[in-house]
Every structure is written in structure tokens, then in C-alpha cells.
Design a protein around this ligand. Structure first.
Ligand SMILES: N[C@@H](CCC(=O)N[C@@H](CSC=O)C(=O)NCC(=O)O)C(=O)O
Length: 283
């Protein structure tokens, strides 16, 4: 695979390296930025498994890297972290004058509607292009897990459910589990995918989990803050728990008293998620 990566920055962290790169994406037709944390084991020649992290609305690759505090445990576990941006960006890329649509709000779908369809192909980017690039250019194995927060929690769950066998496990913090039924998702899906709700089902984790055939082995861990102001209207994690219980799916939902939607919440439980993924990646 021939790919030109521009190194934007490189920092030592917990014996490994945190690096940011820009490259030209065939999926989005734009330059894309991503970050990768390479744990110390990679310096000794080991190929390590990868945890992909999908961020939420208004984020880029830097929110998780600077706020979640994941690098220390990733270094201990020998886990690489890959952190893509949340949408294509740039002057020639469609945008909206609001935080929950357009740049910073790609919702990890392949848009089919104008003006979004030209560049908003984040599903192809995170499922195919970025892993192929990472596995060609860095000392990583083909073992993958995926996690994310809010819009990124929707992305992680949806991508893992749509691609059985591709990820050892999936986890999420305060995910949008049923985007087809809540305001954030309905705005994004009607804009990016159009008004035909049949097209939305392929990106809705509750519907995907209810209909998955055959049943894959995909352990799911979800943490949700009980004081998260978005929980009642936008998140509704119990809907995915109910769908999972009807199919004996291995889903653990933990409601965390007092926690809100912020990265303080993510930072409080990221260690549990990293250990959950490391155990499943080693199984
Ligand atoms: N109205 C807010 C909403 C932005 C927000 O809360 N973004 C969250 C993700 S929400 C769902 O995807 C986030 O992760 N923000 C970045 C951070 O570093 O906290 C606003 O625009 O402020």
C-alpha cells in the first residue's frame, strides 16, 4: 500500500509515542488528520493490537488524546490507540452553522445526499481506509477493538455490529444507541441519508443488534453517567440493553451515579474499557 503520511507532531508518552499525521483520504477526497499512540512494546519490535477511538460532536483527534488519560494504561497493556477526526474538514467541504451537523459531526456514515455526499464518507474511512493504512504503516497486528463517546459511541457500536469478526470487542461512553429515534440522529440522518428511513436502519445500533444474523461473538461494554443531561432525549442506553437481552447478547451497561457527559466521565472509566478490550483481544 502506497500512502504519503505527513507527520504533524510527535511526543514521548509513558515510554511510547503519541504522533499526529495528515494524509490524503481516498474515502473523503480531503486531507484527514489522525493520531496514533504507539506503546513502548512497539519499540522492541512487537506488533500490538489496536483500539480505534471515535470521538463525539465538535471533537477532532485531540480531545480524547489530551483529556481521557488513556496512554498510561495503553502503555502497560501494549495497546496502540488510533484516534481519527470526526468528519472531513476544509473550505471546500459542506458545513452547517450548528455544532451537531457538518464539520465535526460526520456521524460515521457515508452520506448520499447533496451537498454532503461529496466528502462525508466517514464509514468507509474508519472501517476500511484508516485500518488498512495503520496496518501498512505502523507496527500493529490485525487485531482490532473499537470504542467511542456519544456520537463516537454510536459510531463504534454501529461499525462493530455491521462488521462481525472485525473487532474483538466494542465499548462506548454515553453512546447514541438509536440515532434513528432521537433528535441528534434524526437531523444527521435526514441530512446525510435523506428522508427514506430504510437507509437509516443500516446505521442504527438498536436495529442492527435486533436483526444481526448470524449472532456474532461481540462483547459490548457501555458506561453511562446518570447525571448526563443528554441521556433522556439523545442517548437512551436502556434501549440497546433491552434489544441485547432479547437475544442473550453479552452486553454490560453500567450506570454511573453523579457523572455527566464530559471527558471527566470518560477519564474516570477509560482504564476499565482498555482492560476489557485487552482481555478480549487476547482471548
Ligand atoms: N452543545 C455542546 C455540545 C458539544 C458536546 O458536548 N460535545 C461532546 C460530545 S457530544 C456527542 O457527541 C464532546 O465530546 N465535546 C468535546 C470535549 O472535549 O468535551 C457544545 O457545543 O458545547
Amino acid at each position: 500500500m502506497s500512502v504519503s503520511l505527513e507527520l504533524l507532531s510527535s511526543q514521548r508518552a509513558f515510554g511510547g509515542w503519541h504522533k499526529r499525521y495528515r494524509h490524503q483520504s481516498a474515502s473523503t477526497g480531503t486531507a484527514m488528520t489522525f493520531a496514533i499512540y504507539l506503546p513502548p512494546q512497539t519499540a522492541q519490535g512487537d506488533k500490538v493490537p489496536v483500539l480505534y477511538w471515535l470521538s463525539g460532536l465538535t471533537c477532532n483527534d485531540e480531545n480524547f488524546a489530551t483529556k481521557a488519560g488513556a496512554q498510561r494504561v495503553a502503555a502497560e497493556l501494549g495497546l496502540a490507540l488510533v484516534m481519527p477526526d470526526t468528519s472531513p474538514r476544509g473550505e471546500g467541504v459542506a458545513d452547517a452553522d450548528r455544532y451537531d451537523l457538518g464539520q465535526g459531526a460526520g456521524f460515521y456514515v457515508n452520506a448520499t445526499q447533496a451537498p454532503w455526499a461529496a466528502h462525508y464518507r466517514m464509514y468507509d474511512y474508519v472501517v476500511d481506509e484508516l485500518p488498512a493504512l495503520v496496518e501498512a504503516c505502523f507496527p500493529v497486528s490485525g487485531k482490532r477493538a473499537i470504542s467511542g463517546h456519544s456520537m463516537g459511541g454510536h459510531g463504534a457500536l454501529m461499525v462493530a455490529l455491521r462488521n462481525p469478526g472485525r473487532y474483538a470487542s466494542v465499548s462506548a461512553f454515553a453512546p447514541i444507541v438509536n440515532p434513528a429515534s432521537v433528535p441528534w440522529g434524526q437531523l444527521a440522518f435526514s441530512s446525510y441519508l435523506g428522508e427514506d428511513r430504510a437507509a437509516w436502519a443500516a446505521y442504527d445500533s438498536c436495529q442492527l443488534l435486533a436483526e444481526a444474523q448470524p449472532l456474532p461473538t461481540l462483547p459490548i461494554l457501555i458506561d453511562q453517567g446518570e447525571q448526563d443531561s443528554f441521556k433522556p432525549e439523545q442517548l437512551q442506553p436502556e434501549a440497546l440493553q433491552l434489544a441485547a437481552s432479547k437475544r442473550d447478547w453479552p452486553l454490560t451497561l453500567r450506570l454511573q451515579p453523579g457523572y455527566d457527559h464530559s471527558y471527566y466521565f470518560v477519564a474516570s472509566f477509560i482504564e476499565d474499557h482498555l482492560r476489557f478490550h485487552a482481555a478480549n483481544l487476547a482471548a
